[in-house]
Design a binder for this molecule. Structure first.
Ligand code: NAD
Length: 284
């Protein structure tokens, strides 16, 4: 029997509609709209698409989008000065610096200058620490979007064996911590993991976030597992996940498709974070 599709597009729509409704109520109550500033450096085509999508989603939800397109010749000091300026602006509640940045700019330094209360990506060390301490401020969008999908479909997390393939700061690591806080037993795999297939096959919840097209095959998946595919790989121009969807969906109980799974959740959670940041800053 085929797996139940975890429809991230549908769940993201629900999150976005909730944000939109809350923003409308704020505006009706006389509040100024929340604002999200996005800084894009250079001409990377994928980044340009992401930034455009984020801007459109903001406008749709009633959040004012401020976009800053900087040339890839921008100096680190110029970028820092923009971020500091945005930190001080009352009409900007969320700040997002689109990654990757050009090699002459140190991403860590830039991310650390973002006011932690406006850090809607959840990448500032303060927010990373808050996440680890389970005293949450703003959570990284992709893993929190995955939690939202799991909860929407009432996937049992407590006591589950969860295997995360990938240990990046933006997906794998925060995903592991979020699942751990919800009482799953966590295993994090990476490029030097021995017996990846064997470890993955023990998972009740398997999160693939490694960025290698269709590397997760049916042999690596336990019968009845819940499979979350974070991968976004271009194969012959087609967006392809890290999971061999056709074969794995015959074995898994639930699976996210690519596209239409985790991807749309990331933007929805960004809007949710912007509203959370706005509420914290304004007390509304
Ligand atoms: P990354 O390159 O920073 O990290 C990849 C991780 O996978 C590393 O920890 C590495 O050790 C591990 N890895 C690589 N090859 C492996 C292998 N053969 N076996 C086991 N582990 C291996 O990637 P990232 O930024 O975490 O992104 C991962 C994927 O998720 C990419 O395809 C990216 O495009 C996608 N992504 C999607 C979204 C979304 O919104 N859907 C958001 C972020 C990232």
């Amino acid at each position: 029997m085929g797996a139940t599709i975890l429809d991230g597009k549908k769940v993201s729509q629900l999150v976005k509609e909730k944000v939109k409704k809350e923003v409308r109520e704020l505006l009706e109550g006389g509040a100024t709209p929340p604002g999200l500033a996005v800084a894009l450096v250079g001409e990377d085509p994928a980044s340009k698409i992401y930034v455009r999508k984020k801007g459109e989603a903001c406008e749709e939800a009633g959040i004012t989008s401020h976009q800053y397109n900087l040339p890839d010749t921008v100096t680190q000091e110029e970028l820092l000065s923009l971020v500091r300026d945005l930190n001080g602006r009352e009409d900007v509640n969320g700040i997002l610096v689109q990654l990757p940045l050009p090699s002459h700019v140190d991403s860590k330094t830039v991310l650390e200058v973002v006011d932690p209360l406006k850090d809607v990506d959840g990448f500032h060390p303060y927010n990373v620490g808050k996440l680890v301490a389970n005293d949450v401020n703003l959570l990284p969008c992709t893993p929190s979007g995955i939690m939202e999908i799991l909860d929407h479909y009432r996937i049992p997390i407590e006591g589950a064996d969860a295997v995360i393939i990938g240990r990046s700061d933006i997906v794998g690591k925060p995903m592991a911590i979020m699942l751990m806080h919800r009482h799953a037993t966590i295993t994090v795999c990476h490029s030097r993991t021995r017996n990846l297939a064997q470890v993955a096959a023990g998972a009740d919840i398997l999160v693939a976030a490694l960025g290698k097209a269709r590397l997760v095959t049916a042999e690596m998946v336990k019968e009845g597992a819940v499979v979350i595919d974070v991968g976004m790989n271009r194969v012959e121009g087609k967006l392809t996940g890290d999971v061999d969807f056709e074969a794995v969906s015959e074995k898994a109980s639930h699976i996210t498709p690519v596209p239409g799974g985790v991807g749309p959740m990331t933007v929805a959670m960004l809007l949710k974070n912007t509203l959370t940041a706005y509420r914290k800053q304004t007390g509304r």
